[in-house]
Design a protein around this ligand. Structure first.
Ligand SMILES: Nc1ncnc2c1ncn2[C@@H]1O[C@H](COP(=O)(O)OP(=O)(O)OP(=O)(O)O)[C@@H](O)[C@H]1O
Length: 298
């Protein structure tokens, strides 16, 4: 059942859960995901269970480290935004959430040493201010290999950050790599007429890991984060089916307070590209282009 608690009292998890406007409300998160994140049973399950276990411990043995993988437009950023909404009082506006994009924050390969120093200081400084910080690294497949390893000490169980319990932090990495492997498995299930919900983490986990390890362009190339197994959970995002796209169109129309007429929903969904070309099983851009297309079909 989906309970709509506005806030869950801090002491249900732990007294320390409340520091830095940290107000986890996992029931509400689970509820919102069930209603609004389409076609991602695995991602939903892995993330909610990982958070639940992590938050149960007053003194976790290490920070929680999640790595999101999947094709563009499948909901990786969307899930992240819901996650911060239900973890911090001020949601995405919380000063304890730190977002990094290689293109915005680390654009020039020649400045790698500077970036390393800055990133290390940023993480350490913010963990000292608030152990319950969340660090989100987007587009890991575009990050200069070697850069991310400066945060290795903060991910393991043995580092000491003076004045703070850094082991309460959450790190999320996002990338498209492994997307092809996930899609292959999803397509295989579809061709065998097996239920999509039967896909388990074990069906995709090792293929994603192998792809990431062998990608020289990926920020995790030869990274100690992989070698030392510092990622707690790989979170796979499945390619979206036409009916998921229709759900996205419907949801977008509702958000824009527009009429949700079936012919508009169908027309927008039909305007997307589906692959493989002959079978048209999955949307090639997930739901990403839905908002920008709606205007043409009103
Ligand atoms: N599974 C989904 N359920 C509901 N809405 C979705 C889903 N996937 C994508 N969307 C919608 O499409 C928009 C774009 O998706 P999102 O930014 O989360 O994709 P992404 O996986 O992060 O893509 P990229 O890898 O290109 O950054 C979201 O804001 C959301 O409105």
């Amino acid at each position: 059942m989906c309970w709509e608690f506005s806030t869950l009292h801090c002491n249900l998890y732990s007294v320390t859960a409340c520091e830095c406007s940290f107000r986890p409300n996992l029931n509400a998160l689970e509820c919102d995901l069930a209603r609004n994140l389409f076609g991602q049973h695995l991602a939903q399950e892995v993330v909610v269970n990982a958070l639940r276990d992590f938050l149960e411990a007053d003194y976790p043995s290490k920070p929680l480290v999640l790595s999101f993988h999947g094709w563009s437009g499948t909901g990786k950023t969307f899930l992240s935004s819901l996650l911060v909404k239900y973890l911090y009082k001020d949601g995405g506006r919380s000063p304890y959430i730190h977002y990094f994009s290689p293109i915005l924050n680390f654009p020039h390969a020649q400045n790698l040493d500077q970036y390393k120093e800055k990133l290390k200081q940023w993480i350490q400084g913010n963990l000292t201010t608030c152990g319950r910080s969340l660090f989100l690294f987007d587009e890991m497949d575009k990050m200069h290999p070697g850069l991310i390893d400066v945060i290795v000490p903060f991910l393991g169980p043995s580092w000491v950050v003076f004045g703070s319990n850094y082991k309460k932090a959450i790190f999320i990495f996002i990338s498209n790599s492994g997307g092809d492997d996930i899609n292959e498995v999803a397509l295989k299930f579809w061709r065998e007429r097996r239920d999509r919900e039967e896909i388990r983490l074990s069906d995709v986990e090792s293929a994603i890991a192998n792809t990431v390890i062998s990608d020289r362009e990926h920020g995790f190339w030869q990274s100690e984060i992989i070698k030392q197994n510092l990622i707690d959970f790989v979170v796979p995002f499945l390619p979206l089916r036409p009916h998921h796209v229709k759900q996205c169109v419907h949801s977008e129309l509702m958000q824009q307070r527009l009429a949700t007429e079936e012919d508009i929903v169908q027309s927008v969904a039909d305007s997307l590209v589906y692959i493989p070309e002959d079978e048209k099983v999955f949307s090639s851009t997930g739901c990403k282009t839905v908002p920008s297309r709606i205007v043409y079909y009103l």
